[in-house]
Ligand binder design. Sequence first.
Ligand SMILES: C[S@@+](CC[C@H](N)C(=O)[O-])C[C@H]1O[C@@H](n2cnc3c(N)ncnc32)[C@H](O)[C@@H]1O
Length: 299
Amino acid sequence: MTDSSLRKVHQPVLLEEAVGMLQVIPGGIYMDGTFGLGGHTKEILKRSAPDGKVVAFDWDEEAIKLGLENVGSCRDRLHVVQRNFKEIDHGLKEAGVQAVDGILIDIGLSSLQLEAEGRGFSFNRNEPLDMRMDRRRSVTAAQIVADSTEEELADIFYYYGDEKQARRIAAKIVKERKKRKIEMTGQLAQIVGASIPRKFHPAKIHVATKVFQALRIAVNEELANLGEILEKVPDHLKPKGRICIISFHSLEDRIVKRTLARTQELKVITRKPITPNDSEIRKNPRARSSRLRVAERAA
Ligand SMILES: C[S@@+](CC[C@H](N)C(=O)[O-])C[C@H]1O[C@@H](n2cnc3c(N)ncnc32)[C@H](O)[C@@H]1O
């Protein structure tokens, strides 16, 4: 798929629900922690017109380039920061903003990253095992596969991927990497498949799905980043400002739920997470596991 066709098919997840919950007002200032292809930012800019602003973070240079094209004419009210969202303090300062009226975070991988060639996120193509969302970072998936102990690999697969066959897979990887370096996505997918007896192969997903997801979370330190930004949010939200977080993974959702609940300055708005309706899931099956949680800064 080309970049421009990707942009055309891009469907922001829980768009109406998340941007609605942000209670965007004309002239407001908002932070989008995960700019991606700019789907949510575009809607926030529309609702905050004529003079509202968005400070958008993304650490992926390619995502920023496409997101900017997608946002189009509202670009003059948008400030993009190429940083990890956990660096919220520095990013907002760079944009000349102290506190915002709302923050949106839509964590995980964009369809662009999954589909783009050469990023190493997908087992459907044979390419270098990279998986860095931010290519300025140093550790790739191939390095984790090469340098982790068998126990560390099993923990990554079990905890981040909920992979029940984690120990078997880790043992096979350690055996295979003694023979040759594991540097390609195809090699890893093949080793995972060969490590699990056929009768235990999942029926509905690719046998390597969970291992790839787990490695991606480890490479990008996704859970740690999420924990860090949530701790900093109260310092940057104006009174009555809201934080809306969309997550795709039960581990992430647990971190969001617990952190929001124990943060004194925040009042939880969603006792239960908001999930996509049937029509959204039909149009965009990727949205299936998404969950939105919202909290509000005390007045
Ligand atoms: C699911 S996509 C966001 C899609 C976006 N809401 C839209 O509608 O186009 C997630 C984006 O967040 C970025 N991202 C993930 N973790 C990040 C982090 N810790 N700091 C900055 N960007 C991050 C990824 O590079 C990716 O582009």
